[in-house]
Design a protein around this ligand. Structure first.
Ligand code: TTP
Ligand code: MG
Ligand code: MG
Length: 430
């Protein structure tokens, strides 16, 4: 063993004892879960994601399920929300149709999701994260970025050890497991948290970033979905290593702003910071007309477009809202706001639009307006939003259509998919 290898900083994830020489097992407790990395105590950006989140919670609450394959899902759409790692070995995956999952794993225990429970566990974990640092950016119900720079004195430990302590605490106090990714940027922290799931802790440092990325598929890059990967494949690009050899100008010429992202992320360059959700109380979008409008069909057209903008923003910030607010300003600058509380939070343009339409009906009485706005307040967790509608089967279909459109937009950008309303509006307008 070389002298430098001898002094790689590290510790045991079970007993937290320092282990500066890489070994198979902890000298203190015998655990094989040792963590060593030359940059271990310099890295401060973490991504934490719970393991098989819904399934782990159900297993926690029913110990008989511990070793059984468990699938959470069903309900109207009949797809798998998640599966425990036992079921995953048998081929079950999130978003798989339930009948396929049961073909792969006929003895699985299927449990209907209990969203309220999962949201409350998610909140408990988030509260614990906030004890580590105020810089917590939740990405979804079971994961968040944490910026732990400057917390060493507070915790009397470098971020890596604070994170290992956190993982232990979640196991002990909440009863589920998490995986941690530690790096110097968001992109690689997120990649790292996925490397050793479940109960993982992976570190990607500055020194190995480019090498680490070289052999990986382009789909690892944020924003490269199936369709964009196919575009790249047609151009002969499959690995991030290939992107590393290309010029920025060339990539930008070919793929626009996405090209720039490919250039930077392929080299492990990512300056995005951890953004704490401001005190956002509502998400809205409004427009002032060139000429005052009073005709309902014109107002409706704007309403539709603005609803889509609101839904787009909600999606980007992983939020939903339960109260829809319509705002109108009359030609003589009088403000009218009307709102309606929904039965469940929403992040769908369609629901926002329809509710707004309802509110607008009473106000479109010939009054001339100079401004219209639509938004949602009572912000909520998107996991609670838009449950499959038992009353209106059309609503589920519209929600599914919107979901498909959103996926395309995530891949290709906002302007890619125009719905009937906005498309028509533009053509007429221009
Ligand atoms: P994930 O973090 O993507 O998945 P997971 O926690 O189940 O498994 P792991 O992270 O260990 O790979 O999603 C968190 C929860 O979100 C998941 O438990 C269930 C829900 N979910 C869905 O409902 N549908 C989906 O398609 C996905 C991916 C997740
Ligand atoms: Mg997870
Ligand atoms: Mg997750």
């Amino acid at each position: 063993m070389s002298e430098s290898a001898r002094s790689i900083p590290g510790f045991c994830r079970d007993c937290l004892k320092e282990q500066t020489a890489p070994a198979r097992r902890c000298l203190a407790c015998g655990s094989p879960r040792l963590l060593n990395h030359s940059e271990l105590y310099q890295l401060t950006l973490a991504h934490i994601d719970c393991d098989a989140f819904y399934a782990s919670i159900e297993k926690r609450d029913n110990p008989e399920l511990a070793d059984k394959p468990v699938i959470i899902g069903g309900g109207k759409r009949g797809v798998v929300s998640t599966a425990c790692y036992v079921a995953r070995i048998r081929g079950v995956r999130s978003a798989m149709p339930m009948f396929k999952a049961l073909e792969a794993c006929p003895d699985a225990v299927v449990i209907k999701p209990n969203m309220e429970k999962y949201v409350s566990v998610g909140r408990q974990i988030r509260a614990m994260m906030l004890e580590l640092t105020p810089l917590v950016q939740p990405l979804s119900i079971d994961e968040a970025f944490l910026d732990l720079s400057g917390t060493e004195r507070l915790h009397n430990d470098p971020p890596a050890r604070t994170l290992a302590r956190f993982a232990k605490r979640v196991e002990n106090e909440i009863g589920i497991t998490v995986s941690v990714g530690l790096s110097y940027c968001k992109f690689l922290a997120k990649v790292a948290s996925d490397l050793q799931k479940p109960r993982g802790f992976s570190v990607i440092g500055q020194t190995e970033a480019v090498d680490f990325l070289k052999g990986r598929p382009v789909t690892l890059i944020w924003g490269v979905g199936k369709a964009f990967a196919q575009t790249l494949e047609r151009d002969g690009i499959r690995t991030i290593g290939q992107l590393q050899t290309m010029e920025e100008a060339d990539l930008m010429r070919r793929y626009g702003t996405m090209g720039q992202r490919l250039y930077r992320l392929s080299r492990g360059l990512d300056e995005r910071t951890v953004e704490v959700d401001g005190e956002a109380k509502s998400v809205s979008s409004e427009t002032t007309f060139n000429d005052d409008l009073s005709r309902p069909e014109e107002l409706v057209q704007h309403l539709r477009r603005l609803s889509e903008q609101v839904a787009f923003r909600l999606r980007k910030s992983a939020l939903a809202g339960q109260t829809v607010v319509l705002k109108l300003k009359t030609a003589d600058f009088k403000l009218r706001t009307r709102n309606r509380r929904l039965e469940s939070p929403t992040c769908l343009a369609d629901r926002i639009f329809r509710t707004g339409l309802h509110l607008l009906e009473k106000e479109a009485d010939g009054t001339k307006y100079r401004l219209i706005g639509i938004g949602v307040s009572d912000l909520a967790d998107p996991a609670l939003a838009d449950p499959p509608d038992l009353v209106d089967p059309q609503a589920s279909r519209r929600a599914a259509a919107e979901e498909a459109i959103n996926k395309l937009r995530d891949k290709f950008g906002k302007a890619t998919v125009e719905t009937g309303y906005t498309f028509g509006g533009r053509r007429r307008g221009q």
